[in-house]
Every structure is written in structure tokens, then in C-alpha cells.
Design a protein around this ligand. Structure first.
Ligand SMILES: Cc1cc2nc3c(=O)[nH]c(=O)nc-3n(C[C@H](O)[C@H](O)[C@H](O)COP(=O)(O)O)c2cc1C
Length: 320
């Protein structure tokens, strides 16, 4: 089985990836949160930092692009090839209302003919192999067979399926039947993504899809960075390991960001998930929320790691 870390905007940037890999790796593949190439023909500062080769040295990283414009995609694909990346990923899943309203991410799924033309140009001209991360439709599951027929016209390096539609966001259970359709006689490798939070979730998935050989993990890792090791048959993360991971991540953000504001924003965002690693997530939330600067944040985290007990894994069902 191969495992990848899902792209998660605002969380799984290069600092997170490096902290994760050093504590709980190796992850087989990492995807960057989406970059939005546009006609300006330059990456934004944040995006440039994200794909800077030095920031991703020795990690298997695939940059992800969010656009409906083939020229913009190809421009970015060329830059990324120059940086030494081996693959680029297309985002056809972002459920955000503003993104979808512009016909990008899951919004692009509403325009199958335009999507087909886009893919035709991209697959003809991209210097890098292209993988796709897709939802099963914009408005209804029934859109998926048509989308799949379009995908199957192209030599996609990997199709990652998050079997929900746009309006599901990250709630309601992912659908198994459309995923089965994607697996059936697929001309390219297929990866499953959605709601794998513990070993039981994984085993249930594998019992339905014994031929599956790639799974993308998202919030399950944010909650419990030891999940990858557990899925590989290893021991759950001990509190000391979670602490070590947290410290490396925090040190990384101190280096990445000037000033406390961005850093606190990032760490608080992480705790919206990470708190479920502890017996009393609500208390963790309150403690972390109050911190107004780095010193207060460190004190809050000290308290959490002293007072809190790590939850046994297995019964967790975040988002379901
Ligand atoms: C905070 C957050 C940010 C996300 N950002 C992205 C993104 O940049 N690109 C993308 O394709 N998916 C993004 N996603 C979706 C995840 O990659 C993944 O498909 C989703 O969380 C379902 O997988 P999970 O149940 O394992 O978390 C994001 C999800 C979350 C929760």
C-alpha cells in the first residue's frame, strides 16, 4: 500500500511536511495545497515559497494547481518541471463557494465539454505527467460516469477520487459505489481519499476494495500524525512523540513566519484537528484559543501536554 498526504490549504505547507516526515515519515507522496496560476505569469510569494526546491529537498512532493485555463496550467507546469518536480496535480475537488462559482475546482465539473478541451490541451503539451484529484460531481453523484469517461480519454498518471459532491464539503459519508466505478477496469492507477481516521476505517475500505493500492490521508493525519504508522501495523503515537512533532512544527513556523500573528493562526488552525488526539478536546480548544502571542501559546501547550491524556485511537469519527 502506498500512502499520500492530502493537500490541505493553510495547514500542510512545506513546514508541516518537513516536521511530519522527520517524526512520522516516510510518507510515499505529499501534495502541496493548491497554487493558482494566472495570467500574471508568476507565482504569488506564498506559492513560490511552497514550491521552492530547497524547501522540498528529498521529499516526494507533487505540486497541485487550481485553474480552468489550460495556458495558465501549462505555464506553471513548465516552471515546475524546471524546478525538478516529476508530476503536477490538477485540483477538480475544491468545494469552496467562491472557487466553484468561478468554475474552478469542483466547479469545473459542471462544464464537462470545457473540461475535456482543457485536458486535451494539457495532456498534449504538459512537460510533466499530470494526476487529477476529483470529486464525483458538482451537484449529483450521477455526473460521475460522464466525468470518468472524459478522464479515461487521457493518460492520467493517477486519479485520486474523493467520492463526494461539491455541496457535501467534508461532511456526509463518502460514497463507495462511484469509487467502485472508478476502480473498475481503470486504465490508470486510482487512489482513494476520504474519512480514513483509524485502522478500522482503513480495514473496512480494504475489505471492499482489496485491489486498492493507494490511499490519500487528510484530516486523519492532522488529528493523529501517528496514523500512518498505525496503518502500517505500528504502535500508536505516544504523548512524547506528539509533543516532539508539535515542537518541530512550531520551530519550523518560527523560522517561516516573521512575527507571531501568522504563526499563531497556523497553529490554532492545526489545533482544530489536533485537539481530538486528546481526551478533552474542548479544554484544548479553550486553552489554545486564548493565546495572544507566542509565549502565551507555549504556556497553553505546556499545560495541555502536562494535563491531557492521549486518546486511544480507534473510536474516532471526526467529520462523520
Ligand atoms: C483545511 C482543508 C484544506 C484543504 N485544502 C485542499 C487543497 O488545497 N487542495 C485539495 O485538493 N484539497 C484540499 N482539501 C481537501 C483534502 O485534500 C481532502 O480531500 C479532504 O480533507 C478529505 O480527505 P480526509 O477525509 O482524509 O480529510 C482541504 C481540506 C481541508 C480540511
Amino acid at each position: 500500500m502506498k500512502y499520500s498526504l492530502a493537500p490541505m490549504e493553510g495547514i500542510t505547507g512545506y513546514t508541516y511536511r518537513r516536521a511530519f516526515e522527520s517524526c512520522f515519515g516516510p510518507m510515499d507522496q505529499y501534495y502541496t495545497p493548491f497554487l493558482s496560476p494566472n495570467s500574471a505569469r508568476s507565482f504569488m510569494k506564498r506559492e513560490q515559497k511552497e514550491v521552492e526546491p530547497a524547501h522540498n529537498a528529498d521529499l516526494p512532493v507533487v505540486p497541485q494547481l487550481l485553474t480552468r485555463n489550460a495556458e495558465d496550467f501549462l505555464w506553471a507546469s513548465e516552471r515546475l518541471a524546471e524546478y525538478g518536480y516529476k508530476e503536477v496535480n490538477l485540483n477538480l475537488g475544491c468545494p469552496s463557494g467562491t472557487v466553484a462559482a468561478k468554475g474552478k475546482g469542483s466547479g469545473f465539473l459542471s462544464f464537462p465539454e470545457e473540461l475535456d478541451l482543457f485536458l486535451e490541451k494539457v495532456f498534449r503539451e504538459s512537460p510533466l505527467p499530470v494526476s487529477i484529484k476529483t470529486r464525483i460531481g458538482r451537484n449529483a453523484d450521477e455526473e460521475f460516469p460522464r466525468l470518468l469517461a472524459i478522464y479515461r480519454k487521457y493518460p492520467i498518471s493517477l486519479l485520486i477520487v474523493h467520492p463526494r459532491i461539491q455541496k457535501d464539503f467534508y461532511k456526509v459519508p463518502p460514497r463507495r459505489e462511484p469509487f467502485r466505478l472508478a476502480m473498475q477496469d481503470s486504465p490508470f492507477p486510482v487512489c482513494y481519499n476520504g474519512d480514513i481516521f483509524c485502522r478500522e476505517d482503513y480495514e473496512e475500505l480494504m475489505s471492499e476494495f482489496p485491489d486498492l493500492d493507494m490511499v490519500m490521508l487528510g484530516r486523519g493525519i492532522l488529528v493523529n500524525p501517528g496514523l500512518l504508522r498505525e496503518l502500517r501495523g505500528g504502535a500508536p503515537a505516544a504523548k512524547a512523540e506528539l509533543r516532539e512533532f508539535h515542537e518541530r512544527l512550531l520551530d519550523g513556523y518560527v523560522e517561516e513566519f516573521r512575527g507571531d500573528r501568522n504563526l499563531l493562526y497556523r497553529m490554532k488552525e492545526l489545533w482544530t484537528y489536533f485537539r481530538y488526539s486528546f481526551e478533552e478536546p474542548e479544554r484544548c480548544r479553550r486553552l489554545v484559543r486564548k493565546a495572544g502571542n507566542l509565549a502565551e501559546y507555549r504556556a497553553a501547550v505546556n499545560e495541555i501536554f502536562h494535563m491531557e491524556t492521549v486518546r486511544p485511537t480507534g473510536g474516532f469519527s471526526f467529520g462523520k
